[in-house]
Design a protein around this ligand. Structure first.
Ligand code: MLT
Ligand code: MN
Ligand code: ZN
Length: 309
């Protein structure tokens, strides 16, 4: 199984267009301790040719152009065969608009995400005017939980399991601050031939027994690295929301993401992904970055290609 990180930043990217914080200013000056990042997306393949795009970020065009495996092999075509959305956040879905030339396109998402994309951000009805538009492939919500295994045609031999995570619905959603099951999922992606697996959860507001079970089972985890401190955006004077309010678990603190990852088996390869431009780990000289290293955690970066075999 192949995994390519197309975009490792949270919403806004790195640098964010209107931000002049220390990190954003540093990366604009091409300071060697900083690396630019596009917005949150990964691609998965069984054979290196047919790819499932997990989240369609506003930067998808740049990401595809930077990734030869995703380039067309015929007059018109793409390595991207299908799309899966883990939530309906702007940084995970807006790229569908840029993929309109590839319609019809199969899009896997839960009923809640599909509802938001028909109502508050009506991408499905809009794109129905482009050559067959987007074909919804439901990720089912079973009773009052989401734990649903399925296969997608472009990934032969790979089983995907969607599991519900505690996070938040997008700011434009009628369920903002009252999320229900299916607003946010994590993915457990398992190559049945090799037994190797990836757990991908770029939004993880609060650990649960269900999410911990999949994180524990995975060979590689890619989890929410939005903030270092819960009140980091307030403390820097760039925003009013805490990580908790947005549905993101901060890295530091006794109950933070680092402490959670410490509980996983020693052999687990650990990455933070969906990193906000305010996060001090983006500076490779920072204490935060050194702390990550001590916890055996890496920062995902754009273009990272893992082969799980
Ligand atoms: C999030 O991850 O919380 C969102 O991408 C934030 C946003 O859309 O502004
Ligand atoms: Mn986001
Ligand atoms: Zn910034």
């Amino acid at each position: 199984m192949h995994v390519i990180v197309l975009g490792s930043a949270a919403g806004g990217g790195f640098p964010q267009w209107n931000c002049n914080c220390k990190n954003c200013a540093g990366v604009r000056k091409l300071h060697p301790h900083y690396q630019a990042r596009t917005q949150s997306s990964i691609a998965i393949s069984a054979d290196g040719e047919h790819w499932l795009l997990c989240n369609a970020s506003p930067d998808v065009r740049t990401q595809i152009n930077a990734t030869p495996s995703l380039w067309p092999k015929s007059l018109r075509g793409s390595g991207v065969k299908e799309v899966l959305l883990v939530d309906a956040q702007i940084d995970h879905v807006t790229g569908l608009l840029s993929l309109r030339e590839g319609c019809p396109l199969d899009v896997w998402c839960t009923p809640n995400v599909h509802a938001d994309l028909n109502d508050g951000f009506p991408i499905f009805p809009m794109l129905s005017h482009w050559n067959g538009g987007l074909n919804w492939q439901p990720i089912k919500v079973v009773e009052d939980t989401v734990e649903y295994s399925f296969r997608v045609p472009c990934l032969p031999g790979i089983r995907l399991t969607a599991f519900t995570i505690d996070s938040n619905a997008p700011p434009y959603s009628p369920r903002r601050n009252q999320p229900s099951n299916g607003d946010n999922i994590g993915l457990y992606i398992e190559d049945r031939a090799t037994g190797k697996s990836l757990c991908y959860a770029p939004g993880l507001g609060m650990p649960s027994a269900l999410s911990m079970a999949y994180l524990n089972a995975a060979d590689v985890v890619m989890v929410d690295g939005t903030l270092w401190k819960d009140d980091e955006m307030q403390a820097m004077g760039v925003g009013s929301s805490t990580g908790h309010q947005m549905g993101h678990l901060a890295a530091s603190g006794g109950n933070g993401m680092l402490a959670l990852l410490d509980e996983l088996p020693a052999s687990t390869l650990r990455f933070l992904i969906h990193i906000n431009n305010t996060n001090p780990v983006l500076n490779a000289e920072s204490d935060a970055f050194k702390t990550l290293d001590q916890h055996n955690i890496q920062l995902a970066h754009d273009g990272l290609h893992l082969t799980l075999e």
